[in-house]
Design a protein around this ligand. Sequence first.
Ligand code: NAG
Ligand code: NAG
Length: 230
Amino acid sequence: MSLYKLFSYNVEIQYKCYFLSKAMFFTLLLTALNVILPFVLAYGSRGFWLKSHTYFEQPVVHFTYDYLLVAETDDPSQPIVCGNDNYDHEENCAEILVEEYDSNRDGNYDILEFKLKLNLPPGRTIASVLLILGLDFQLKMVCPLHMQGLAVISKEFSLPSSGLIYYGDLRLYQTIHLPCMVNNIDTKYNHSLFNQLKDRQENAVDAIIRDYFIREAWDEDANSSRQNDT
Ligand SMILES: *[C@@H]1O[C@H](CO)[C@@H](O)[C@H](O)[C@H]1NC(C)=O
Ligand SMILES: *[C@@H]1O[C@H](CO)[C@@H](O)[C@H](O)[C@H]1NC(C)=O
């Protein structure tokens, strides 16, 4: 047989203490933790089921002073090659000027200006130019990353030219998610591709560019306006 409730009353028990007491302090502390802790946990986990996320950060980019210029002349068997290790053509690579500017004065460089003056052998004209610049690339905030990147500029001339002026924006491409560990800098690609030049001289340019583009993140000079003075 089931039982039926006939009568009930609530008993209220009150615990009291003075405002400035240890017990009061303890209670206030627990109340505050009750409110704050869920926010801290939700923030710290960066979203419980987050699969991907976008954010904006201006990377810290420096020129590493590694560069390689291959200029094909109208005699394709004798390209002019200039670089840090000044190959056989030291006399042709006359002058290089590099400047980095911080245009908005926020402590990060925004503009890299690279000028190179070539002395052509008499009677030669330039048919194409390939310039590779080494860049040191760092992300610091959400997904710490330090890598050695490249800016690749190539241009073929249909008419004989005396110069090339090239403007470009630097872009970071990634094909997978970055590891994004707060206190762990991702240095998977923090090795210079220019070291290969010293080991294998021939086809070094192809090797550099191939190794670079099979990476999972890289930066590149993209969608630029070009102009050449003739
Ligand atoms: C990445 O490489 C550069 C140049 O080799 C080096 O100065 C830097 O300390 C490296 N960064 C990290 C986080 O190891
Ligand atoms: C990229 O270049 C194309 C043509 O050269 C131009 O129409 C387009 O607006 C450029 N995009 C950006 C983002 O500059």
